[in-house]
Write a protein that binds this ligand. Structure first.
Ligand SMILES: Cc1cc2nc3c(=O)[nH]c(=O)nc-3n(C[C@H](O)[C@H](O)[C@H](O)COP(=O)(O)OP(=O)(O)OC[C@H]3O[C@@H](n4cnc5c(N)ncnc54)[C@H](O)[C@@H]3O)c2cc1C
Ligand code: FES
Length: 319
C-alpha cells in the first residue's frame, strides 16, 4: 500500500505521483481529496485526485513544491512509500445520477442535466479541473474548458484534456508562449457574455478564483469554486479550514471544498491562508539548509514546524 508506482516531473517544481492504493481508488470521485503524511512525524497535507484506476488500484495527484512538506514529497521516487494516506475526503463535485452511489455532490445552480458548462483551471488547479471536466463529459454535459498558466512549461494535462469530447478548449498563458496571451478571464468573459454556458466551475489560486468568478457572476452566470484553506485533520473536527459562506461558518473539508462563488468571503479566506506564512517560510528554509547539509533525516524540524505544533502554540485552530 502507498507505494509510488510512477513519478513524472511535469515542469520545474510540478510533479505527478501515481500511488498504489486500491482501497481509495475504489471509492474516490471527481472533486474529492485525500490527506497524506510523508513521515510519521510530518504534518498532514491535502491533495486532490487528478486521476485514478479502480481496476488497477492506483490514484494520481499533481502537486507544486511550495514549502517543506511538498519538498519532502518531491524527494520521494518510484518504489518509495508514502507514510500514510487518508481519503477520499470532501464532497464530490458532481451529484451522481447513479442510485448505487452516494449522491451528495453539488447542484450546479442554473445547470440542467445535459446543459452547457465551463470548467476553468488555473496553474495546478487544472489537475482538479480535469477529472471534473471528464466526469461532466461522462454525464452528458456540453463542456468547455479554459486552462491557464504563467508560461507554456507550467501548462499541465493538455494532452489529457484534448482527449476529452469537449465543446471547446482554450489555452491561455501570461506570456503567450502557448495558446493565447492573456488571462483565463478573457475567454471566460466571452463564453459567459454570449450565454454559451449556464454555469462556471473555477479551480486555482484564491485570487484567480475570486476574479474569474467575478467575471462569470458579472455576466449573470452562477459559479462554483473549489476552496483550499489550511487543513489539519480533513474530517471536520479541528476547525482549521473554516470559511465564511453567506456569513455562516462552514468547514471546507466536509462541507466543501466546492462552494457557490457568490457566497464566499474572499478577504477572510486569503487572510487565513497567510496566517502562518512566516513560520512556513522559516520551516522551508530550515529544511533546505538540512537538505544541503544532508542532515534532515534525523533533525527535529518536523515537530517544530508542523502545523499541529504551530496551531497549538498559537492557541488552537477553531478560533
Ligand atoms: C482541499 C485541498 C486540495 C488541495 N489540492 C492540491 C493539489 O492537488 N495540488 C497542490 O499542489 N496543492 C494542493 N493543495 C494545497 C496543498 O495542500 C499545499 O500546497 C501544501 O499543504 C503545502 O505544504 P508545504 O508544507 O509544502 O507548504 P507550506 O510551507 O506549509 O505552505 C506553503 C503554502 O501552502 C499553503 N498551505 C500550507 N499547508 C496547507 C494545508 N494543510 N492545506 C492547504 N493549504 C496549505 C499555505 O497557504 C502556503 O501559502 C490543496 C489544498 C486543499 C485545502
Ligand atoms: S481540516 Fe477541516 S475541520 Fe479540520
Amino acid at each position: 500500500m502507498n507505494e509510488i508506482i510512477e513519478k513524472r516531473m511535469l515542469s520545474e517544481g510540478v510533479i505527478q505521483l501515481t500511488v498504489y492504493e486500491p482501497r481509495i481508488a475504489a471509492k474516490c470521485q471527481a472533486g474529492q481529496f485525500f490527506m497524506l503524511r510523508v513521515t510519521d512525524r510530518g504534518e498532514r497535507v491535502p491533495f486532490t485526485f487528478s486521476d485514478w484506476s479502480r481496476e488497477e488500484g492506483w490514484i494520481r495527484f499533481i502537486f507544486m513544491v511550495v514549502g517543506k512538506t511538498t519538498s519532502l514529497l518531491s524527494e520521494l521516487a518510484a518504489g518509495d512509500y508514502i507514510k500514510d494516506l487518508a481519503g477520499p475526503l470532501g464532497r464530490p463535485s458532481l451529484r451522481s445520477h447513479d442510485t448505487r452511489r452516494p449522491s451528495w455532490g453539488n447542484d450546479f445552480e442554473g445547470l440542467q442535466q445535459g446543459g452547457s458548462v465551463v470548467v476553468v483551471g488555473g496553474g495546478v488547479g487544472t489537475a482538479v479541473a480535469f477529472p471534473v471536466a471528464r466526469a461532466l463529459c461522462e454525464e452528458g454535459y456540453q463542456v468547455h474548458v479554459i486552462t491557464g498558466a504563467r508560461t507554456a512549461e507550467l501548462l499541465i494535462l493538455e494532452e489529457e484534456l484534448r482527449a476529452l469530447p469537449l465543446a471547446s478548449l482554450s489555452i491561455m498563458t501570461d506570456d503567450g508562449s502557448a495558446g493565447s496571451k492573456g488571462l483565463v478571464t478573457a475567454p471566460l468573459k466571452e463564453l459567459c457574455s454570449s450565454r454559451s454556458v449556464s454555469h462556471a466551475i473555477i479551480v486555482g489560486p484564491a485570487i484567480m478564483m475570486k476574479f474569474a468568478a467575478g467575471t462569470a457572476l458579472d455576466a449573470g452566470v452562477p459559479a462554483t469554486v473549489s476552496l483550499n484553506p489550511l487543513m489539519i485533520d480533513g474530517t471536520g473536527m479541528c476547525g482549521a479550514c473554516r470559511v465564511s459562506i453567506d456569513g455562516a461558518t462552514k468547514f471546507a473539508c466536509v462541507d466543501g471544498p466546492d462552494f457557490s462563488a457568490a457566497s464566499v468571503d474572499w478577504a477572510e479566506l486569503m487572510s487565513r491562508q497567510r496566517s502562518y506564512i512566516d513560520d512556513e517560510r522559516e520551516s522551508h528554509a530550515a529544511h533546505q539548509r538540512h537538505v544541503q547539509e544532508r542532515e534532515h533525516e534525523n533533525c527535529d524540524c518536523f515537530d517544530e514546524s508542523s502545523l499541529w505544533a504551530r496551531g497549538f502554540k498559537k492557541g488552537g485552530w477553531a478560533t
